[in-house]
Ligand binder design. Structure first.
Ligand SMILES: Nc1ncnc2c1ncn2[C@@H]1O[C@H](COP(=O)(O)OP(=O)(O)OP(=O)(O)O)[C@@H](O)[C@H]1O
Ligand SMILES: [Mg+2]
Length: 249
């Protein structure tokens, strides 16, 4: 049986029936500020601190120094992990990453083997869409990236920005190539914004099908209870499935 890789997010492994499958490529998609980068950093940080699994964070948008600073707000000392040779933060471009993944002897691939990297976060895959507008070519690029990351049983998280509340963005190819998809959404309930997470797919494993509440605090992200009594959560503006009883009756 495939080993489970703990996500590092309290409550999420239960939803995933034990954690991610080792060697899988997981797409984490959501709108701005939903917590994609936080989930990725937490996955790497707990992997190193609790499981002694070296990690690699590849970013196209945030400088490593700003990631280090953001992580500090959760008391995750990424710099110390780098100094201990347990974490690598790589700031690159989609083109450079693509050619590195294509060549088995690239410095990146050599580092992955030498450091025995077990977890990779790629933040975010949305940037590959800048390379080409041709959907077939883009699908090939995604295939190359995912195959490149999936070597040696490495478990990877790929983040993707979305501004839609639809389940499948139109023209989407990446959803078919990844092994699992987590969706993070904002929902408005009683005039307040709450955070919702859903496992949309998980190849080779059962998983919970509910929409769960999560929050981000100083300790990081945590998945809480399932939303009950509401439908249309993924539209962002759910309605109650049962009418509320009036207090006067
Ligand atoms: N130390 C903290 N304590 C509480 N909440 C925090 C803390 N740090 C970050 N957050 C929350 O997490 C959110 C940012 O999360 P994160 O940067 O992971 O989102 P993201 O999905 O990667 O966003 P983007 O699409 O802009 O990259 C903030 O908007 C804030 O609400
Ligand atoms: Mg981010």
């Amino acid at each position: 049986m495939t080993r489970r890789v703990h996500s590092g997010v309290p409550g999420l492994d239960d939803v995933l029936h034990g954690g991610f499958l080792e060697g899988s490529a997981v797409l984490v998609e959501g709108g701005p500020g939903t917590g994609k980068t936080t989930l990725g950093m937490q996955f790497l940080h707990t992997g190193i601190v609790k499981e002694d699994e070296p990690g690699l964070l590849i970013t196209f948008e945030e400088f490593p120094s700003s990631l280090i600073q953001d992580a500090r707000s959760h008391n995750w000392d990424l710099r110390a992990l780098e100094e201990a040779n347990k974490l690598r933060l790589v700031f690159t471009s989609p083109q450079t990453l693509l050619s590195s993944l294509r060549s088995p002897f690239s410095p990146l691939n050599r580092m992955i083997v030498e450091w025995d990297i077990r977890r990779i976060v790629l933040d975010s895959v949305s940037h590959f869409a800048r390379i080409t507008r041709n959907p077939t070519e883009l699908r090939d690029i995604y295939g190359t990236v995912i195959n490149g990351l999936k070597r040696e049983g490495i478990t990877s998280i790929l983040t993707r920005e979305t501004n839609t509340n639809r389940l499948y963005p139109s023209g989407d190819k990446l959803s078919f190539v990844v092994d699992a998809i987590l969706m993070m959404r904002y929902v408005e309930i009683d005039s307040a914004i709450q955070r919702a997470i859903l496992v949309l797919k998980m190849r080779g494993s059962p998983h919970a099908h509910g929409v769960y509440r999560y929050d981000i605090q100083q300790e990081g992200m945590a998945v809480r209870d399932r939303f009950e009594g509401l439908h249309g959560l993924l539209t962002g503006m759910p309605t109650r499935t049962r009418p509320r009883r009036s207090a006067s009756r």
